[in-house]
Design a protein around this ligand. Structure first.
Ligand code: NAP
Ligand code: MG
Length: 495
């Protein structure tokens, strides 16, 4: 006799498994009506006199008026960073570490507030901003705080020196996390910074200014200039000693053309079209979770997303079957709902781009599957999508879609998997799913990708370097490797 029938509770179990909404409170954040630029530790009006409205992609609600920094504003920010450099770079490493530790701790304390703002302004599910973006942003500051007083041990027999003022341009897919990836190593190594967040997602970077003040970071060490691509272009042309860029390959190429011969250091973190490779010996149910995490995490707005699924032919049919079943259980909806798996597409422009590439996939004859899924009326949405019967040469197999769209290809032998995986202009990441241990290093050696995940996908750790081959860019972020792009080395040790 079961507990329920003994107690005489009839029909206590729900007939279906519909989730009740579990909304995180928007009241956790206070958004100002308008924001200026953060220069020299102060909020200043943009000299350009221009501004734009930032939206919530879930319903296009206007959230705030954001300053559009012009050339003069960017110069003022660079000048403030230049003025702060001598004192900041002269601090002992342990003193710089103290500020980074403070920033990390305050981010942890204010994590819920940041997570809500990130989901509201960017569209990503709250469970992801809460469990991934915020912990990783704090972890990055903690990690690089630990290096600040150990640089001479990081580079034995070389004398590391900061570069000066660094310009940093970041995208909209992980707004706060990208700011942390950029700022933490720059500050730990004694540089000062001017950061430009993406046009569509400025709000968490602006809230970070509040954290920097709370941490009593010396004025001018970090300056934040908001605006669109023209603000980014102005920062590229400004008097900075180094530029760090994360975004599209197209803009990355343009920046490297502009900086050629300028003597400025450059690192580029660009697009990707990663292969997620499943062998016939893989644990298939587990593999399906790895596939889902690889492509539907953050609506597929992930440069290292596993957007090309390579299935060994013998298991292709059952894996596709299991995947479709799993896709039907993904919940698409309000980013602030803790049950949501797939949130809103970041912008109308990104939605158009996804729609265009999906139309191209259909036109090229690939077979499309989308689970039944009601899209909200307002805002920007795209259902989880998988294409089968995809030709290796088709646009959906070659171009980065940057949305929740997966293209499935098949292979017979490990050699063929390697060839197909490497048949892309990109080389940021790859996944290998197999129970056979020796196959993992064999594959990793042959895949031309900066990161290779084994039996998992989209795992990040501040101690692990991240970066690309070929058109995915150059330079590494994270780990010991991530310090180097922010340093120069005096030839004679100990000077
Ligand atoms: P993007 O234009 O390259 O944006 C990246 C950053 O660069 C943003 O802050 C952007 O400002 C700025 N920017 C734009 N034009 C610039 C210029 N000429 N000089 C200097 N900075 C400039 O990328 P997107 O338009 O947001 O997205 C387009 C595609 O890029 C996506 O569909 C995806 O394929 C790829 N992407 C890759 C990553 C990645 O992590 N590797 C991230 C995002 C996007 P605005 O925000 O004002 O454009
Ligand atoms: Mg853009």
């Amino acid at each position: 006799m079961t507990e329920l029938s003994r107690r005489g509770v009839a029909a206590a179990l729900p007939g279906d498994w519909t989730y009740a909404p579990a909304l995180e409170s928007r009241e956790l954040v206070t958004i100002s009506e308008r924001y200026g630029l953060f220069i020299g530790g102060e909020w200043v009006e943009a000299r350009s006199g221009e501004s734009y409205t930032t939206l919530a992609p879930r319903d296009e609600e206007p959230l705030a008026q954001i300053a559009q920094a012009g050339v003069e504003d960017v110069s003022a920010a660079v000048a403030a960073a230049r003025a702060a450099f001598p004192a900041w770079s002269a601090l002992p490493g342990a003193a710089r570490a103290k500020y980074l530790f403070r920033i990390a701790r305050i981010l942890q304390e204010r994590a819920r507030e940041f997570a809500v703002l990130e989901s509201l302004n960017g569209g990503k599910p709250i469970k992801e901003s809460r469990d991934v973006d915020l912990p990783l942003a704090a972890a990055h500051f903690f990690y690089y705080a630990g290096w600040a007083d150990k640089l001479e041990y990081a580079f034995p027999a070389r004398t590391p020196r900061p570069l000066g003022v660094v310009g940093q341009i970041i995208p909209w897919n992980f707004p706060l996390m990208m700011a942390a990836w950029k700022l933490a190593p720059a500050l730990a190594t004694g540089n000062t910074a001017v950061l430009k967040p993406a046009e569509t997602t400025p709000l968490t970077a602006l809230l970070l200014c509040d954290v920097l003040r709370q941490a009593e970071l010396p004025r001018g060490v970090v300056n934040i200039v908001t605006g669109d691509g023209t603000t980014g272009a102005a920062l590229v042309e400004a008097e900075v000693d180094k530029l760090a860029f994360t975004g599209s390959t197209e803009v990355g190429k343009e920046i490297s053309r502009r900086l050629a011969g300028s003597g400025k250091k450059l690192t580029l973190e660009l697009g990707g079209k990663a292969a997620n490779i499943v062998f016939e010996d893989a644990a298939l149910d587990q593999a399906v979770e790895g596939i889902v995490n690889g492509i539907y995490f953050n609506q597929g707005h992930v440069c290292c997303a596993g957007s090309r699924l390579l299935l060994q032919e013998s298991i292709a049919a059952p894996v596709i079957e299991k995947l479709k079943r799993r896709m039907a259980t993904l919940r698409l909806g309000d980013p602030l709902d803790k049950n949501t798996d797939i949130g809103a597409i970041n912008s109308r422009a990104q939605l158009r781009k996804i729609e265009e590439l999906v139309a191209a996939g259909r036109a090229e004859g690939a077979e499309i599957y989308q689970p039944p899924c009601a899209l909200p009326e307002k805002g920007y949405w795209f259902p989880p999508t998988v294409f089968t019967n995809v030709a290796q040469s088709s646009r959906i197999a070659q171009e980065e879609i940057f949305g929740p769209v997966l293209s499935v290809l098949s292979f017979r032998t490990p050699q063929e998997a390697v060839e197909k995986a490497n048949n892309t202009p990109y080389g940021l990441s790859a996944g290998v799913l197999t129970e056979k241990g020796s196959r993992i290093p064999w594959m990793a050696e042959r895949l031309r990708a900066g990161v290779v995940w084994a039996n998992t996908f989209n795992r990040f750790d501040p101690a692990s370097p991240f970066g690309g081959y070929k058109e995915s860019g150059y330079g590494r972020e994270g780990g010991l490797h991530g310090l180097e792009p922010y340093l120069r080395f005096d030839s004679a040790p100990g000077r």
